[in-house]
Design a protein around this ligand. Structure first.
Ligand code: IPE
Ligand code: IPE
Ligand code: MG
Length: 239
């Protein structure tokens, strides 16, 4: 039997909780925003590495529904950083044939963010390479409740839908509609929790926790995670 390879057996859809920007900055005696800035720069490199490692989709947790609890100045910095990132990167992303998707309720962000997201998504919509999916104002509990509400509205009109509801149909009410299953979840910075990320979608994903802050997470770390994944025995409840 041939050796498992990243191309054949590696994770195709990888979700990442990019954690530890603040602690990275603190360790260096810098303000938290510097950590976010460095973290943003890291995205570019990791996306390229993901492509080289034969991944099809990278779903990055960039702002959670709980992150509004942070000081106003930090929330505002993060929104500006997102606009800056997309403004400066969209051209290159296009050259790299990257598609951009967003999960989460972006209507809560300022107008500049919403406009830039629309512009970037539109600019990249005809590409068919790796998918960069940004989780923005994303929270699983919100997502599942939203799905239930939307389903209930449909069921009100057509009660037959209740009998027909199954996992596949329910998945279509989530932000991740149409996306492939998540194979591997990576969380940086040592914390071992999901923080309301993709709770439905991670049901059978492999979990990988790494003890480096996001700004220090390199392509080598991503490769290690992918290689670790290959050696896992995924059983999905079977034998
Ligand atoms: C992750 O880094 C980035 C976001 C949540 C936006 P943190 O800002 O959570 O950094 P730590 O966890 O405080 O170190
Ligand atoms: C999760 O990190 C959210 C993002 C990475 C965007 P947090 O730093 O917000 O999570 P907690 O507070 O440690 O659970
Ligand atoms: Mg954190």
């Amino acid at each position: 039997m041939s050796q498992p390879s990243l191309k054949e057996n590696g994770p195709k859809h990888v979700a990442i909780i990019m954690d530890g920007n603040g602690r990275w900055a603190k360790k260096k005696g810098l303000v938290r925003s510097m950590g976010h800035e460095r973290g943003g720069n890291q995205v570019r490199e990791i996306l390229r590495a993901a492509f080289d490692l034969h991944m099809d989709q990278l779903t990055l947790y960039a702002f959670s529904t709980e992150n509004w609890k942070r000081p106003k100045a930090e929330v505002s910095f993060l929104q500006n950083l997102l606009v800056k990132f997309l403004k400066s990167e969209t051209k290159q992303l296009n050259e790299d044939n990257v598609r951009l998707k967003v999960i989460g309720d972006t209507t809560a962000f300022n107008k500049k963010v919403q406009k830039q997201l629309e512009d970037s998504k539109e600019a990249l919509q005809d590409n068919d390479g790796i998918v960069l999916c940004l989780a923005l104002n994303y929270g699983s509990r919100h997502e599942i409740l939203r799905a239930c509400k939307n389903f209930a509205l449909q069921a009100q009109e057509n009660p037959g839908h209740i009998e027909e509801l199954n996992e596949e149909i329910f998945s279509d009410y989530l932000y991740t509609k149409g996306m492939p299953e998540v194979d591997l979840l990576i969380r940086t910075a040592g914390e071992q929790r999901l923080s309301n990320y993709l709770l439905w979608q991670l049901s059978y994903a492999e979990l990988y926790f790494v003890d480096v802050f996001w700004p220090d997470f390199t392509p080598d770390h991503l490769q290690e995670a992918a290689e670790n994944f290959i050696n896992r025995d995924r059983r999905f409840g079977g034998l």
